[in-house]
Design a protein around this ligand. Structure first.
Ligand SMILES: [Zn+2]
Length: 403
């Protein structure tokens, strides 16, 4: 038995949640139950979730071995999806990165940068596992999972740098993340984004090569047994490959060389076909604000590049902070917020520009985007449907999990 702890500081906004926060508590309990069952392990007596829900832009979590501190804007509690996904991600870190730990992060030396190629696995594949646990807990529906994966694929494919920067290089270069030029789509990809997709594809690859005997769940359980419990660190991607190969009995060098260390296009079609899913491309016209903004670790988003004539003539400048859009807090992803809007619409931006707060009227332009959409194949065979069910249930088709 265990009890997920909930520490809520005595602040009026947070006290409100303590009294009416039942849905969040129920979700946290389901997540902790699903993930400890998924790992067949509970290496703690008490685990504490520390949540801050400010009435201001916020977003992020920090993992610890026995707790997590999560910042989420109170606005995002209207539906619990972000709450659940950040909670599931941070909780899974108690294994992946805190206990199942890459050698390259050790020994910790706070006086210099630690260079590691493993963050695609330690961060990205943490999201893969967290999503599988949310599916298992009934907190995410398969159709919502397919939409989430479609959006992740669209994000990766829309960045030209997916053909020049590998997942490992993105991890190694994380020290450059705070530089706007580095964050441009032409220069870098994001190891959370590509790592999550690599985790999904590795899961399908392990399932295919082991003929349904093993999955990524077995990979994590084996890493936990053979490394974490033995107090050993794993040798980054090489050991992820070696342990995966010990399950599949196949040679996975091509997978790791081409997709993890290399920049070849990911084998979406081949591997999603094994579970009866098709990936198609659709051309869409979406609204374009004419500028690019990003958060520097904390909100508000800051304009990094102004490329549109209308944005320029409206007076937007690099370095402006976006405080509000039409009087509302900007969304977690400003890019997504504008993409969901309509070309030609007028928006009112409240910005802080060189010490002056002002409102700016902007007419949204348009841009075309290739969107990737993952759909259930109407021609899926009974075998593919059985594979899909096992995948979404995180189960092996042939029971084989070692005792
Ligand atoms: Zn993380």
């Amino acid at each position: 038995m265990f009890t997920p702890g909930m520490f809520i500081p005595p602040h009026p906004a947070r006290l409100w949640l303590m009294f009416s926060g039942r849905p969040t508590t129920i979700a946290s309990k389901k997540i902790t139950a699903a993930e400890t069952a998924w790992m067949d392990d509970r290496p703690f007596d008490t685990y504490v979730f520390i949540y801050h829900f400010p009435h201001a832009p916020a977003g992020g979590g920090m993992e610890h071995a026995y707790s997590t501190a999560i910042d989420l804007s109170a606005n995002e509690l209207k539906d619990l999806r972000n709450f659940q996904s950040v909670s599931a991600h941070e909780f899974f870190h108690l294994w992946n990165v805190k206990r199942i730990r890459p050698q390259s992060l050790e020994p910790i030396d706070y006086s210099r940068e630690n260079y590691t190629r493993a963050l695609w696995f330690s961060e990205g594949v943490t999201t893969t596992a967290a999503d599988l646990a949310l599916l298992k807990a009934g907190l995410m529906k398969p159709e919502d999972y397919f939409k989430k994966l479609s959006a992740a694929i669209t994000t990766l494919q829309s960045r030209p740098a997916h053909l020049t920067q590998s997942a490992e290089e993105s991890s190694l270069d994380t020290w450059l993340d705070k530089y706007p030029t580095y964050r441009s789509p032409e220069r870098s990809i994001n190891y959370y984004n590509k790592g999550e997709l690599l985790g999904v594809l590795l899961d399908l690859k392990i399932r295919e090569d082991s003929h349904g005997r093993y999955s990524i769940r077995d990979l994590f359980q084996k890493l936990n047994r053979d490394y974490a419990k033995q107090r050993k660190f794993f040798n980054d991607s090489d050991d992820v490959r070696a342990v995966s190969e010990s399950l599949t009995g196949s040679d996975l060098r091509n997978f790791f060389d081409h997709y993890v260390a290399g920049t070849q296009e990911l084998p979406y079609n081949d591997l999603f076909a094994t579970v009866g899913l098709n990936l198609s491309q659709e051309n869409r016209t979406i609204a374009d604000p004419g500028f690019r903004a990003a958060r520097n670790f904390t909100p508000p988003p800051v304009i990094e590049e102004v490329y549109g004539d209308q944005a320029r003539s409206a007076g937007l400048r690099v370095g402006d902070e976006i405080l509000a859009v039409d009087g509302q807090q900007p969304a977690r992803s400003l890019e997504q917020q504008f993409a969901n809007s309509t070309p030609g619409r007028r928006v009112r931006l409240t910005v802080q520009s060189r010490g002056v707060r002002k409102d700016i009227e902007l007419t949204l332009g348009e841009q075309s985007l290739t969107a990737y959409v993952l759909r259930e194949s109407q021609q899926a065979t009974a075998e593919q449907l059985a594979h899909r069910k096992a995948w979404l249930d995180s189960e092996d088709q042939i029971p084989s999990r070692p005792q």
